[in-house]
Design a protein around this ligand. Structure first.
Ligand code: BG6
Length: 516
């Protein structure tokens, strides 16, 4: 059968005009015809993130008409049942969504069972025929992490790891990628026994966030920041990933993860690598990923004996968040009453390279903190000599450049100004860039960008094998020392900014955490 002729839907793609396009600033990337196979299709991630992201891509006409989804999961469901799930995930869907739903099918099956993959092979062939998906397949592993390896191997057994002639075969893999360096290496070698590295797309959804990518724009599209972006001007860096939520319904998962694995090894390391990296030769996969790995390799891997001095782990007690009384971590569903899992980490890292030597990097992340905020703050050195009397400069602090990743996305520069009046008093003022005000469009969800890039074959915003390994290497000593009971678990009240030892970590260096 010949490929279907382009539809109105495809024609309309050409007419896509966002406000950026109207300014000629964006070249549109569209997914080619293809099938997105989602393993774990009956799960929460599919419902909450993947289906809405796909629908939004279709509404923005970035998916072709020749597109289908195959859901695979253990939950018993018919094709129509799955289509109902697709419809219910996006109540106000645009017109293209119905077409995609119509094309999509579901396979009930065990993840390692050959029948599942025989059925998959058959249905992929059918879709290539009936919808014209051209042999392009993206396999998305949204299952529990335990089965990542076996699904990849089962795909290999029936040859679905190999691209069909003229087609593509890519594997998108969710976090967590291993639970430590060793298990991550094992998973990697299993994946590599079936897929080549350039077929593997490891997700960290932080990289799909516009504001995380904006760190690159801020640094490398401007002449004025980069000359200051080093040890000559920067006193220290603070990275904060704060959440108001607790562990929600994920208690049993979180018990085995903890904040270090859940946030620091991946999201924090990603934000950090973009902050620390050298300018790439070009903004493409090779250039960016190469420099990110180099930056992470310069982060000093903590000595085991140093861990108690540079890291704080803590767990939330009951308290108040945003006006609501909330239970302590040990009272959460699925959590052991004597759990030792950390929900908060504070950490001091050092970077051994020309640009950053001597500049401490302080990281903190936690659940049940007072405010949902992710930011990177570059705190500049003090002026060499303050010419104003102390009392006239009481409200003055060293300059700071804060990249606000979320919410209220933007960038703030803090600097001193004279307070109007007869006296010469100076204090801090803020110069603020806000995404909402500068651009008319709300940024797309991170999953939209990442799904599109994976289907279009751009690995820039995905994590390379050596990068995952380097990131695990940095946190590995902490995992080991903590597993051996070598660090006390502090407590903090829900709704506070964390435990006392985390403040002490900075106070010892004569510094303080910012209050975002
Ligand atoms: C996930 C973690 O990777 O990131 C969650 O597993 C966390 O525990 C979430 O809540 C935070 O993502 P975001 O996009 O809300 O900052």
């Amino acid at each position: 059968m010949s490929a279907p002729v382009p539809s109105d839907h495809d024609d309309a793609v050409a007419g896509l005009a966002t406000n950026l396009l109207a300014e000629g600033l964006e070249t549109v990337r569209r997914a080619p015809p293809g099938v997105l196979v989602v393993f774990g299709a009956s799960g929460d991630l599919t419902h909450r993130k993947l289906l809405p992201a796909l629908e939004s891509l279709s509404r923005r006409r970035l998916l072709p008409a020749a597109f289908a989804m195959i859901g695979v999961a253990r939950t018993e469901m018919s094709d129509d049942g799955f289509r109902d799930v697709m419809a219910s995930a996006v109540p106000d869907a645009g017109p293209g969504w119905a077409e995609i739903i119509k094309n999509s099918v579901y396979i009930t099956g065990e993840y390692a069972h050959p029948d599942t993959f025989d059925a998959l092979q058959r249905r992929l062939r059918e879709l290539d025929e009936s919808v014209g998906t051209g042999g392009n397949r993206t396999y998305y592993l949204a299952t529990v992490p335990d089965v990542f390896g076996e699904v990849a191997q089962a795909l290999g057994k029936v040859g679905l790891n190999q691209p069909t002639e003229g087609g593509t075969a890519r594997l998108v893999i969710e976090k967590p990628f291993g639970r430590d360096r060793e298990t991550a290496r094992q998973l990697d070698s299993t994946l590599h026994s079936v897929f080549d590295e350039d077929q593997i797309y490891r997700i960290d959804h932080y990289l799909g966030k516009e504001t995380v990518q904006n760190v690159l724009a801020l640094r490398f599209a401007n002449a004025i920041f980069e000359p200051l972006w080093n040890r000559n001007y920067i006193d220290h860096v603070q990275v904060t990933v704060a959440e108001t939520v607790g562990v929600e319904k994920r208690g049993s998962f979180y018990e085995k993860a903890g904040a270090l694995r859940d946030i620091v090894q991946n999201h924090v390391m990603q934000v950090l690598s973009l902050t620390l990296m050298e300018p790439p030769g070009s903004v493409d996969a090779e250039g960016i990923r190469g420099e990110k790995v180099k930056a992470l390799r310069s982060v000093v891997v903590p000595e085991h004996s140093a861990v108690p001095n540079i890291a704080v782990r803590a767990q939330y007690d009951s308290g108040w968040v945003e006006g609501n009384a909330v239970p302590g971590y040990r009272q959460e569903e699925g959590v052991s009453r004597d759990s030792e899992t950390e929900t908060y980490v504070a950490l001091k890292l050092a970077v051994d390279n020309w640009r950053w030597a001597g500049v401490p990097i302080y990281v903190r992340t936690g659940k049940r903190l007072p405010k949902r905020v992710t930011e990177v703050s570059l705190q500049f050195k003090e002026v060499p000599h303050l010419a104003f009397p102390k009392e006239a400069a009481r409200g003055l602090h060293p300059n700071a450049l804060v990249v606000r990743v979320q919410p209220d996305e933007g960038v703030t520069l803090r600097f001193g100004a004279k307070v109007p009046g007869q006296a010469f008093v100076v204090r801090d003022v803020l110069m603020d860039f806000s995404y909402g005000a500068a651009f008319l469009e709300a940024p797309p969800d991170a999953y939209e960008r990442l799904l599109l890039d994976a289907m279009a074959g751009d690995p820039t915003l995905f994590i390379r094998s050596d990068e995952v390994d380097t990131a695990w290497g940095i946190v590995q000593p902490l995992l080991e020392v903590w597993a051996d009971g070598g660090a006390p678990l502090a407590g903090y009240g829900a709704g506070s900014w964390g435990p006392r030892p985390a403040d002490a970590l900075l106070e010892r260096d004569g510094r303080k955490w910012r209050t975002p």
